[in-house]
Write a protein that binds this ligand. Structure first.
Ligand code: AMP
Length: 218
């Protein structure tokens, strides 16, 4: 899943997980867990993440490769926030070729102004990662998660000045990434302005179309 911060990759990733039964793998969540553990990758990532910069490709490539060895991703998986650079996409392409993984890149398109406003309202569950908007769920933030009861937290990098830096990084790197997948006929895009349900329906339509194409070519 490609898209700027706040486009809904995490929310849609969770819905896809529930619908398809594939795990959703977020490199941002994995890095935040490393920071929490104060591990050496966590220490390497912390300042870069707080500043809205990308962490080194080798760090996230390693995280994804290790995560894909776990048995729950054998039948399929959803990547949220990875790849973010062409070098990561090349690394993943090699891995996918080796492992026989069929790839589809789905981009969620949303304008910057909407994103800054959305992210300033975003709260997420510290335990299960469910995402809340204070406007959609009045009284929920900074309350507790409806699903698991853990406290809701606001991300440090959702402050407007860091969001602007993240968007700048996004606009610098993503066109090349979109081009990478377009040239391979693996890219599809949905409009991220609609309701959560309509975006989900659009993504499922693309995934089902891809599965039909694959079955037809077998
Ligand atoms: P996210 O939760 O996807 O918005 O990611 C939060 C932050 O984690 C980003 O601003 C980056 O600092 C870092 N990050 C997550 N995924 C990647 C990636 N694939 N490549 C480089 N940095 C990443």
């Amino acid at each position: 899943m490609l898209g700027p911060p706040g486009a809904g990759k995490g929310t849609q990733g969770r819905r896809l997980t529930a619908h398809l039964g594939y795990p959703s793998i977020s490199t941002g969540d994995a890095l935040r867990a490393e920071i929490e553990k104060q591990s050496s990758p966590g220490r390497a990532a912390r300042n870069l993440m707080d500043a809205g910069e990308l962490v080194p490709d080798s760090l996230v490539n390693e995280i994804v490769q290790a995560r894909l060895r776990e048995p729950d991703s054998r039948n399929g998986f959803i990547l949220d926030g990875y790849p973010r650079t062409v070098s990561q996409a090349e690394f993943f392409e090699q891995l996918a070729d080796r492992e026989g993984i069929d790839t589809l890149a789905v981009g969620i398109r949303v304008e910057d102004d909407i994103l800054v406003a959305r992210l300033s309202r975003r709260w997420s569950c510290a335990r299960c990662g469910r995402i809340y908007s204070r406007v959609q769920d009045p009284g929920a933030g900074p309350g507790v998660c409806d699903d698991c009861g853990a406290g809701l937290v606001q991300r440090k990098d959702d402050r407007p000045e860091v969001v602007r830096e993240r968007l700048q990084v996004y606009h610098q790197t993503t066109p090349l990434l979109i081009d990478f997948y377009r040239r391979r006929g693996m890219y599809a895009e949905v409009d991220g302005k609609g309701s959560e349900d309509s975006i989900f329906e659009a993504i499922i339509g693309i995934v089902n179309g891809k599965q039909r194409d694959r079955t037809a070519s077998l």
